[in-house]
Design a protein around this ligand. Sequence first.
Ligand code: HEM
Ligand code: HEM
Length: 234
Amino acid sequence: MHNASVAINVWDRWIRLFHWGLVIAVLVSFYTTKTSGAPFLFPIETHAQAGYAILGLLIFRWCWGLVGSVYARFKTFLYPLPHTINYANNLVKRQPHAYASHNPLGGWMVVVFLLSLSFQAISGLFLSDDIFFQAPLYGLFSEEVAGLLRTLHQLNSDLLIILIGLHLVGVIVHRLQGEPLLAAMLTGTKRFRQPPIDARSEPLSTATLRLRALAALFIGAGIALWLWYFGNSY
Ligand code: HEM
Ligand code: HEM
């Protein structure tokens, strides 16, 4: 029997670091909004610091989507609508094509996720808890705009919970259809019987990629650390 398979390293170490760092920071961020009833309570400053970490991770991811490794690029995994609908139809018929990078539905979902997370972290910078805490950009806008941002911070946090739920359902559906996506996000590697339809080779050298990753990391981590140390002082 012919059992050959192609192994592709789809998620570089940066994407994996981004993903699992994000999961931890988002969990901390939600947990630390609790003001009663939880076994451990944290000041809102801790919530803001988790938000700064998320902002740093997102800055890295937006850069990496533009200049990073081939499967991490937006250009690779964002498809026009007809292609996406076609993919969704095949998924319903339980015969989806396998993709190395995000599949067409997953790709758009990732963009919505990143936008919603970015809005959440940025809107947080303008908030106050009406007691002691004022975020670094609080006071930049009128009371009215600040109030609106606060409402949107609350509403968008509900949207995020829905997106996280859909995300987990998506990962489980693909698992049931035989695609072990979780393993790939842990190890970086996906195996295919035939080359996936988005298979391509990496045009950039390892050295170039490393330099770009470090530059993007430097910007993201720099902003997060700056906010972490100076953002909460007023
Ligand atoms: C992506 C990161 C973030 C997530 C997921 C998040 C989530 C939340 C949630 C769920 C709430 C409670 C909303 C409610 O009362 O219904 C909240 C409130 C709040 N967040 Fe964030 N947040 C994030 C980032 C930030 C950042 C960066 C800051 C400040 C620098 C911040 C400041 C606040 C403040 C001051 C409140 C209390 C405002 C209020 O009473 O509604 N958040 N956040
Ligand atoms: C707070 C919760 C989570 C958030 C905010 C989140 C967010 C994301 C984002 C933004 C991506 C896109 C990765 C990229 O290209 O940058 C992604 C992919 C992925 N996530 Fe999560 N995630 C969460 C929890 C989880 C959990 C608990 C699992 C494991 C069961 C998981 C498994 C995956 C997998 C397997 C992918 C790759 C999907 C694919 O191959 O297309 N995520 N996640």
